[in-house]
Structures are given as C-alpha cells and as structure tokens.
Design a protein around this ligand. Structure first.
Ligand code: PEP
Ligand code: MN
Length: 334
C-alpha cells in the first residue's frame, strides 16, 4: 500500500496515522523524495482500506500488490518524465538518444564525439571513466580526471553526461560532473550503491543484471526510489543465456513488460545487447518498435582503435543512419 501524504501534514496527524497502521499490523516505511512524502505500508493480513483512507494528512492511498511499490504502474497513471534541464527530457514523445564511446579515452576523443553529437542534435553523451572489465589488465578508465574533461566539454556545448558509477565512495566526487548516473549490469544489485543513489538528485539509469529478472530490476529501482530519488531510468542491455553466437541475448520482451509494470522510462542498449557492430542498429530499431523511450549506443570515430568494446561500436556514418531511422520510426509509432 502506498499512502501519499499531504505537504503540510501535522506531526499529530502523522503520528495518528502511524499508530493506526501499527494497530492494523501494517509495517510502515517512511519515504521522502525530492517530490513527495509517502508511507509504504506492508500489511501482514488483509485490512479495510477505509480505516486509513479518510484520515487527516493523506492526499491519496493506493493498494499495490506487487513486491515493488513506488516504481509500479499500479498507483501512478502518468508515465514518469525525467527532466535533465535545458529542455532535455526522457520519457516523453521524443526518443531519447544517448551516444558516445564505451570509454572516455582522451580530450581529443571527447571533442570529436561532441561535434558528432551536435551535428546530429543529440543531447546526451555516454562514456565510461570507471570501467568494469572482466580482466584486471584491461583499460579500466581515466577516472575523475577523465570525467572532469568529459563534463567540461559537454556542459560547454549543452550536452548532458551519462557515466557509470561503480562504488559508493565514487558518488560524492562524481556528483557535480554527472547528469545521469549509470549503474552497470554487474552492479544492478549492489544495494549499498542503490541506497546512496537514492540520496542524490541526479537521475539514475539502472541496467538489468546479466542474470537478473525483470522483477529484480524493478526491485533495484525500488531501492533508489524508496531512498528518496524518483528520477530513475530502466535499461535492458541483454542477459546471459546459453547462446554464444553473440555477446548477450537482448531481451526485447522486457521492454513492453517493463512498461506495463512500471511508470518509469525504459531505455534499450543494443550495443551490449548483441555485441556485434553489424547488428546493433537493427536491434536498436527493434527496441524502439518494442516501445523503448530511449536508446543508448556506443559510437567512436575509429571503433577499431577504441580502448574497449570496439567490436560493438558504430562508425559515425552507421550511427547517423540509425539516429535518422530511429527518430522517424519513433514518430511514426507515437
Ligand atoms: C557500458 O555501458 O559500457 C557497460 C559496461 O555496460 P554494462 O554494465 O551493461 O555491461
Ligand atoms: Mn561498453
């Protein structure tokens, strides 16, 4: 059960409410986000909602039977739109495109990518500075020095930055240089990281874990929301299956299912999803048809020289063709 509290609820009304919940054997969890105050009630047994519904200080009350509550579509009829400022939004009618290299490599590469994005009217640049790599000997990112350069060039050009945060201790140093925090597939259930990302105001894109179910992804999003941050994006990036003809199995089914279960925007990542450059654009378009609100895609001026994930990274020309098709497909569908 989700109880939405009125902004000016008195402390007496609130303690009356908490006492009533306690009497009804409903465990209450207080949630305060950047937008609203809630109480999430977890009942032990069935109860009569009318006992609570007309108490003082409540604006609305909803029964939500799902294991996740605040990210469920059952209580929120309007879909969430993430506002990044400067007229950049995710989740509305327009398709959000986030493009850039797998890893930030040097200043020249950042400048070059920014020009590519500006030319194509793309407002969000991706790029990792802390890279989760299977081998400890692989390139692991430029860290904060790289992020500062990345953010400088993007903010000077009206472009928003999305980058991966790998651990709790990085959040504070990164927060001023990031427009969207990305939680990688390997950290999808790092609950300490999710807790702390609930305490910032920046939007958080959560990737599905490579062996994570849809419900687990939604539960991860619930961690962020219930800690105070409503600005969440869900990302399907492929799961690990027995198939080895490609890198991961992009679960396109997850897109309409997530949209049916949650009010949060859904982003498709075809680059990690299939992992093969020649098929990335096709799968991106398939994601748009499946209902994705946005696409996150790896591009590089010279993918064969990329420090990571070159095999799945698009050349600029291929990417431009994709942006055009994805946008026209999106407007034909919406
Ligand atoms: C990435 O976006 O470069 C990345 C490492 O993604 P994932 O967490 O989906 O593997
Ligand atoms: Mn990558």
């Amino acid at each position: 059960m989700i109880i939405q509290l009125s902004k000016n609820i008195s402390s007496t009304a609130k303690s009356n409410l908490l006492n009533t919940l306690n009497d009804l054997q409903i465990k209450s969890n207080e949630v305060k986000t950047q937008f609203q105050d809630y109480i999430i009630g977890i009942p032990k047994t069935d109860f009569d909602i009318r006992n609570i519904g007309n108490m003082e200080g409540i604006t609305d009350i909803h029964r939500v039977s799902d294991a996740y509550k605040l990210v469920s579509k059952k209580w929120k009829t309007n879909r969430t739109i993430i506002d990044l400022g400067d007229n950049v939004t995710i989740g509305g009618k327009d398709l959000a495109i986030m493009a850039g290299p797998c890893s930030i490599e040097n200043e020249e590469q950042i400048e070059n990518t920014v020009q590519h994005l500006l030319k194509n009217n793309i407002k969000i640049m991706r790029g990792g500075v802390y890279k989760p790599r299977s081998s400890p000997y692989a390139f692991r990112g430029l860290g904060m020095d790289g992020l500062k350069l990345f953010y400088k060039h993007c903010s000077e050009n009206g472009i928003k930055v999305i980058t991966e945060v790998m651990q709790v201790s990085q959040v504070e140093e990164m927060v001023d240089y990031v427009d969207i925090f990305q939680v990688g597939a390997r950290n999808s259930q790092n609950f300490n990281l999710l807790d702390i990302l609930g305490k910032v105001d920046n939007p958080v894109l959560i990737k599905r874990g490579m062996s994570g179910t849809i419900e687990e992804l939604l539960a991860s999003a619930e961690y962020v929301f219930s800690n105070g941050n409503e600005k969440i994006l869900l990302c399907e990036r492929g799961i690990r299956t027995y198939e080895n003809a490609y890198r991961n199995t992009l679960d396109l089914n997850a897109i309409p299912i997530l949209k049916a279960k949650s009010h949060l925007p859904v982003i498709v990542d075809p680059s990690h999803g299939i992992g093969l450059r020649e098929h990335v654009a096709t799968m991106a378009l398939a994601g748009v048809v499946a209902g994705a609100d946005g696409v996150i895609v790896e591009v590089h001026e010279q993918p064969e020289k990329a420090f990571s994930d070159g095999q799945q990274t698009l050349y600029y020309e291929q990417a431009e063709d994709l942006y055009r098709k994805a946008r026209s497909l999106n407007s034909a569908l919406k």
